[in-house]
Design a binder for this molecule. Structure first.
Ligand SMILES: [Zn+2]
Length: 222
């Protein structure tokens, strides 16, 4: 079932811009089976995700469990004429820095190590806060921050780099794939699932509801 969210309401509290044509539209609540579409370009503006908060919580927590082994265990072991070298993710950043590629070391550290961790922690914080039905002034800030940082976490790009390196290095010597590669794949899968299940629109709705509830409680106690 399709539903346009466009109407001529004067309620200016909830507005959103279409990502495709920038048309400003008032937001309305839609049911689970409905899809909100732009009346001008027909782009999908919003659709409900079932059990979004519980799924995001489960997937982000699972991803975090694989984060430490993925970054500290060896990804590759390369044996060239008896010289064996083991490489971990953190090790790789240090090597780049040592060889003078400090800007590349910085980019790899930020996009492949720090930002994915930061994003998972933010998703976990948002899900736990909404699940516990507790409003804190930090919650809206956390949702905004997650939106801002989401484009900087690039686990999949780094994984592509690892695959290219494996293909290129396989001719140099005996190459053994490490446990970290499996952990990295699982981490990537869980992170993508967490991002896919996260419903920002619902998170904002829940935050507003919790904020109103906490304000009512404060007024009631006064
Ligand atoms: Zn549009």
């Amino acid at each position: 079932m399709k539903a346009s969210i466009y109407n001529t309401t004067t309620d200016t509290e909830h507005w959103a811009a279409c990502h495709d044509c920038d048309l400003l539209l008032p937001i309305h609540d839609i049911t689970e089976s409905q899809v909100a579409r732009c009346p001008r370009c027909n782009a999908v503006l919003y659709r409900h995700k079932k059990n979004s908060i519980s799924k995001t919580l489960a997937f982000s927590l699972s991803a975090l469990l694989f984060y430490i082994p993925a970054n500290t265990l060896p990804i590759l072991t390369l044996d060239i004429y008896g010289n064996t070298g083991r490489n971990t993710m953190l090790n790789g950043v240090y090597r780049l820095w040592e060889q003078g590629f400090w800007w590349m070391a910085f980019l790899v550290a930020v996009c492949s190590i720090l930002m994915p961790l930061f994003e998972l922690v933010l998703l976990l914080t948002i899900s736990i806060s909404i699940k516990r039905q507790r409003y804190t002034p930090v919650l809206p800030f956390t949702i905004k921050l997650q939106h801002l940082t989401s484009s900087w976490a690039m686990l999949e790009v780094y994984l592509l780099g690892i695959i290219v390196a494996i293909v290129k290095m396989s001719d140099l010597g005996n190459l053994v794939l490490g446990q970290a590669l499996v952990c990295y794949l699982v981490l990537l899968a869980f992170t993508l699932c967490a991002l896919q299940s996260y419903d920002r629109h619902y998170a904002w709705q829940a935050t507003e509801f919790l904020r109103d509830k906490s304000q009512r409680n404060v007024n009631y106690e006064k």
